[in-house]
Write a protein that binds this ligand. Structure first.
Ligand code: PAF
Length: 279
């Protein structure tokens, strides 16, 4: 497995591979890898000649300094996991390498980026779009793999690729879950034992919401969810919204085909997100 930390080096290596007609699959990550990441990597390995993974904790997508500082990092273990999964190239740039000057580019994704995560984490999606576009320019992948846990991020990236005609195919990958239903996330490593035990309540409630979706309006389902979390001793609901899976606009009235329930919850200091297709 080749490890690069300079843009010029990985870029010329990839250019050479492109000249050899190799297809490139790409999995961008922020490290602290878990089985969910590895499932994306395995798809890429199966579908491409060459798999590239980036590990970069992107400072400009964090709107909370303490979240950035405490973001779990475990480079040695990450590299071992990637090597075992059959990855060909890992790109681990420094912040100075990616951003030698302060970033000035801004993207406007309209209402896609002002709801849910966009509302609660201002600037987050601009930071994601900047880094993903930059990584696409560097890695020049044919296919790029993104998990559906970050569903809104996936919609934003699909829009970025479509609006700018970027020559990459976006491959959505299903949410990877622990046996007790908790969506896998690097942030889970920071949960206290008590919060880790409480956290599967989130997915249990999403399943319950899906059961109720045919007999409730979107408003009723949302207030049922707020009600059940208000009785919970440990978990604090930030939002639960019923929204369309394409436009991400909040549903009012009858829940329709391709509507999802989107949720963000605080388990102590740790913010967890999840979603479920309701219909
Ligand atoms: O989903 C993530 O891990 C990050 O948002 C991404 C796509 C690697 C960009 O930093």
């Amino acid at each position: 497995m080749k490890v690069f930390d300079k843009i010029i080096d990985i870029n010329s290596y990839i250019q050479h591979q492109q000249e050899l007609d190799k297809t490139i699959g790409f999995v961008p990550t922020m490290g602290a890898l878990h089985i969910g990441h590895i499932s994306l990597v395995e798809r890429s390995v199966a579908e491409n000649d060459l798999t590239v993974v980036s590990i970069f904790v992107n400072p400009i997508q964090f709107n909370n300094q303490s979240d950035l500082e405490k973001y779990p990092r475990n480079l040695q273990r990450d590299k071992e996991m990637l090597e075992n999964a059959g990855v060909d190239v890992v790109f681990i740039p420094s912040v100075e390498e990616m951003y030698p000057e302060p970033v000035t580019t801004t993207y406007d994704f309209g209402s896609l980026s002002t709801v849910m995560e966009g509302e609660f984490r201002p600037g987050h999606f601009n930071g994601v779009a900047v880094v993903v576009r930059k990584l696409f320019e560097i890695v020049m992948p044919h296919k790029a793999y993104f998990g559906e846990k970050d569903f809104q991020q996936l919609q934003i990236i699909k829009t970025l690729v479509r609006d700018l005609t970027l020559p990459v195919q976006i491959e959505p990958c299903p949410i990877s879950r622990e046996d007790d239903g908790l969506a896998r996330s690097s942030r889970n490593a920071r949960l206290t034992p008590e919060m880790r035990e409480a956290a599967p309540f989130i997915y249990a409630q999403l399943l319950e919401a899906r059961n109720k979706a045919s007999s409730m309006t979107a408003e009723e389902l949302e207030s049922w969810m707020y009600d059940s979390f208000s009785k919970h001793q440990l978990l604090e609901l930030e939002y639960f919204k019923v929204a369309n899976g394409e436009s991400l606009q909040q549903r009012r009235g009858k829940i329709e085909q391709n509507d999802y329930g989107f949720i963000a919850v605080y388990a102590g200091e740790i913010r967890l997100i999840d979603n479920i297709r309701l219909f």
